[in-house]
Design a protein around this ligand. Structure first.
Ligand SMILES: [Zn+2]
Length: 463
């Protein structure tokens, strides 16, 4: 998730990115700003990855007349010009990251394909940009960006744009719930392209039904093999703007390969809505990650990718992971979100998922099935669509949770204070039994259920 830098609105960049070599992978960037600047900076850290600025080489600056301007490197990705410059030229080494987990979050190139993300290629801030791409012969491009008559991509928000490029790209256009969807993939998979596209369509329809609308007019789903060697079970993903970029290891079995993708896809595709289509700002990852883990598990039960017991097993795993977090209860979920890359990442996902489950079950129980977490999502989209003024995310989401729940006790206790989570007592009320076997938690449906408990669990997929 990205938020635009303040004051970036007026900045506009004209740039050309040219692939100059594939072995080693290297691009040249020539960029021009409307206004001159002395400070030129590039993204150095993103999603816990540090040192992106080290990929930049051979920087040269010039003024509007084309006269060279001396530049000094202050730090990786930070340059200072002797006087105002409007043009910059440099090269970037684009070797794929060593760690497969990082592959969805940065630009990279191999001899056959790659992903170009202007957010880590162009000088920042880069809100609006006109971009030319010079690629090897016969390479294709998949992107949600529109191209003008002059062959330039017109980017409204360069930091959230993504270009999938390669010699062997295959694309399919389709419409899902009124949203124009492009599916782009490359390489060989055990399943047919239509099979995975079918899963993506079903998930988007379900999210659109729950959230009450499509997230945007156009979206792109990119499925790529890892550029590194990886095992079949590994995946890495990022949803940037209207692009879901998903990398996966290769399974030899069609059924296993699709089954492995469907649950993480339900999670990642929900990011097209949350947070990407919400006009909210700030760090509220306890919601857009933690609650997303829970909500995508619910949708996966709904669509038959998981059984009801599978969903209880994921709650049990989340609880074990939560207990294993060193700093588990030093911070509230709201505080932990502000220090997400500083070691509180696990808490946001695991405790966030558990709190989402408790919230959903509590609201369903007290309203006798008339309200649920789904109402919170719908309320958020009614009130905070992109386009209206940005509100602080924590406050906006907590207000929506409180309004559906009818009070603020839940959010004060589980989101705003640093209290430990006692799942045993909490689950008891809903007819769920929790047992701990050593370090492993098991959650099952209780042997005897009240009628209200049975009705509640049936809503969640129990039968
Ligand atoms: Zn996520």
């Amino acid at each position: 998730m990205l938020s635009a830098s303040p004051g970036a609105q007026g900045q506009s960049i004209n740039a050309r990115i040219s692939v100059v070599s594939l072995t080693p992978p290297r691009v040249r960037v020539e960029a021009e700003r409307a206004q001159g600047a002395k400070a030129w900076s590039f993204r150095n850290a993103y999603a816990g990855i540090i040192g992106l600025g080290e990929r930049i080489e051979n920087v040269s600056l010039s003024d509007a007349q084309g006269v060279e301007v001396a530049a000094r490197k202050l730090a990786p990705g930070e340059y200072e010009a002797a006087r105002e410059a409007t043009k910059i030229r440099y090269e970037l080494k684009l070797d794929p990251p060593r760690d497969t987990n990082d592959t969805a979050h940065v630009s990279w190139l191999t001899t056959t394909r790659g992903v170009l993300m202007p957010g880590d290629l162009l000088p920042l801030p880069a809100a609006r940009a006109k971009l030319n791409l010079t690629l090897p012969d016969n390479w294709k491009v998949a992107t949600v960006e529109t191209i003008n008559g002059g062959g330039q991509y017109e980017l409204e928000d360069a930091e959230s744009s993504v270009f999938f490029v390669g010699a062997d790209l295959r694309t399919t256009q389709t419409s899902v719930s009124g949203m124009e969807l492009t599916f782009a993939t490359a390489g060989e998979w055990a399943f047919a392209d239509e099979d995975v596209l079918g899963v993506v369509r079903d998930i988007i329809k379900e999210h659109a039904r729950i959230n009450g609308s499509i997230p945007r007019k156009k979206a792109l789903f990119m499925l790529a093999p890892f550029p590194q060697t990886s095992d079949a079970t590994r995946w890495s993903a990022e949803t940037r703007g209207g692009t879901v970029f998903f990398l996966s290891g290769r399974s030899t079995s069609k059924a296993a390969g699709l089954a492995r993708l469907s649950v993480p896809l339900a999670h990642e595709l929900l990011h097209l809505w949350i947070p990407n289509a919400l006009a909210l700002s700030g760090d509220y990852a306890w919601f857009y990650e933690g609650f997303t883990v829970y909500q995508s598990t619910r949708v996966s039960v709904e669509l038959g990718y998981l059984t009801f017991q599978d969903s209880l097993d994921s709650l049990a795993r989340a609880y074990d992971n939560y207990l294993a977090q060193r700093e588990q209860d030093k911070y509230s979920l709201v505080e932990a979100s502000a220090r997400r890359w500083g070691g509180s990442g696990g808490l946001i996902y695991h405790k966030g998922m558990l709190v989402a489950a408790l919230y959903d079950l509590t609201v369903r129980q007290s309203s006798r099935g008339k309200r649920s977490l789904d109402d919170v999502y719908r309320a958020l989209f009614r009130q905070h669509r992109t386009g209206v003024e940005r509100r602080e995310g924590n406050a906006a989401v907590i207000a929506a949770l409180n309004s559906v729940d009818g009070g603020s006790d839940f959010s004060k206790r589980y989101l705003e204070s640093a209290s430990p989570l006692d799942l045993t007592a909490a689950l008891d009320t809903f007819g769920l039994k929790m047992r701990r076997n050593g370090a492993r938690t098991q959650i099952n449906v209780a042997d005897s259920l009240s009628r209200a408990q049975r009705d509640l669990l049936r809503q969640m997929g129990y039968n």
